[in-house]
Design a protein around this ligand. Structure first.
Ligand SMILES: [Zn+2]
Length: 390
């Protein structure tokens, strides 16, 4: 259950909404009356219908308000709803809803500003070089562009890891979702649609857990985090795991994945944007490699550590636990191993010292989850029968 009540972001992320709607499977002409529920996903339920859709996949067709017709991109099923509060909430929560027909004035303006920025960037790139531009460009990239890119990169990373099975045991997933909501919510900063506060998250991070023998967490553009299950196995306390997760949120808040991606792909990314070909194959292959193996800068790591300490402190966890798990992984793991945690987040003794200094002693021994919840979360791969691939 998502929390009801205090809605910090207006039409934004907080409340659960309900509405009546009509479902079309896209194959027959039959109309199914359904009940819609909107929280972090869109849930559609009727006598013969029970589906739920990812808000990041939803696009809207051409309709006259208050009628809204939406469905997942590339699939035929559609839902119609005529409830304007519900339609407004969908617009606020689905980053790509109006992507294909950017007719709203805000959409047009963004598009124009963005085209100018992209054009200028190509010129600046030639003059100043890639890293300097990447750092300046990352914060102005629209979230809708970033989330599309993140989805393409996620597919690529999945291929490169050999399609590791998804761990999503229901009760364990519920514990994880609550933990994420709590840590993301404790920051209390969710940007307006299309805008990001300097240190806030652009929305609730999207976490996928995959069964894999390497202990790592990968942060991709669009607020996506891929957890490889060994990281959970290697965490001795929930606070250690939460520390890593919060560190990844720090990278998301700073838009580091986007920065790294821009720096890695440079002009090919900008060309793809100008040509409108975000799924350009060379680009995505390069960025998949980047996501798996590129390390962030020392400054980026320090900032993400500080973010993690503060997040754990505010969420009722042990703020120093991050140092403990980093030390354990550093002791046991080959730093050059494929997709290793240390490669994507370079670890030094100074990092651990710095984390402990920031954390102080006052949160030591706190537990971000109950023992029962932590045991439940540790079993998140119990729905996956096969052995972890290497
Ligand atoms: Zn890091």
């Amino acid at each position: 259950m998502q929390p009801h009540g205090s809605d910090r972001t207006g039409a934004g992320q907080g409340a659960t909404l309900h509405a009546e709607g009509r479902y079309f499977d896209g194959l027959s002409a039959r109309i199914h009356p359904v009940t819609l529920r909107l929280d972090q996903r869109l849930w559609i339920a009727g006598p013969e219908i029970a589906v739920d859709w990812d808000l990041f996949d939803l696009v809207a067709g051409d309709t006259v308000a208050p009628l809204m017709r939406i469905g997942p991109r590339g699939r035929p099923a559609r839902v119609e709803v005529s409830d304007s509060a519900f339609a407004d909430a969908l617009t606020a929560r689905c980053p790509d809803l109006h992507r294909s027909d950017d007719k709203g004035s805000g959409g047009n303006l963004r598009l124009v500003v963005w085209s100018i920025a992209a054009g200028l960037s190509v010129i600046l790139l030639a003059i100043y070089g890639v890293p300097a531009i990447a750092a300046r460009l990352a914060p102005v990239i629209p979230i809708s562009v970033e989330s599309r890119l993140g989805s393409a990169v996620a597919d690529q990373v999945d291929r490169m890891l050999g399609h590791p099975p998804v761990c999503d045991d229901g009760p364990a997933r519920a514990v994880l979702d609550r933990l994420v909501a709590r840590m993301a919510g404790e920051r209390g900063m969710v940007g307006q649609r299309g805008m990001v506060g300097q240190r806030g998250l652009p929305g609730e991070p999207r976490i996928a857990v995959h069964r894999h023998a390497v202990a790592n967490a990968l942060t991709l553009p669009g607020g996506r985090v891929i957890i490889l299950s060994s990281l959970i196995d290697r965490s001795e306390t929930a606070d250690e795991f939460a520390g890593i997760l919060a560190h990844e949120f720090g990278h998301i808040a700073a838009r580091d994945p986007m920065r790294a991606l821009l720096a890695a792909s440079g002009s090919s990314f900008l060309l793809s944007l100008v040509l409108g070909d975000l799924a350009g194959s060379t680009l995505i292959v390069a960025t998949g490699q980047m996501a798996l193996s590129a390390g962030y800068s020392r400054d980026a790591e320090t900032a993400a550590d500080a973010y993690a300490v503060e997040t754990l402190r505010r969420s009722g966890g042990d703020a120093g636990a991050l140092a403990t798990i980093l030390e354990r992984v550093a002791r046991d793991e080959e730093p050059d191993g494929v997709a290793s945690l240390l490669r994507s987040h370079p670890f030094t003794r100074e990092r651990a010292h710095h984390i402990r200094a920031l954390a102080g002693n006052d949160t030591a021994g706190r537990h971000i989850l109950t023992d029962a919840d932590w045991i439940m979360l540790k079993g998140i791969c119990r729905n996956v029968a096969t052995a972890a691939p290497r």
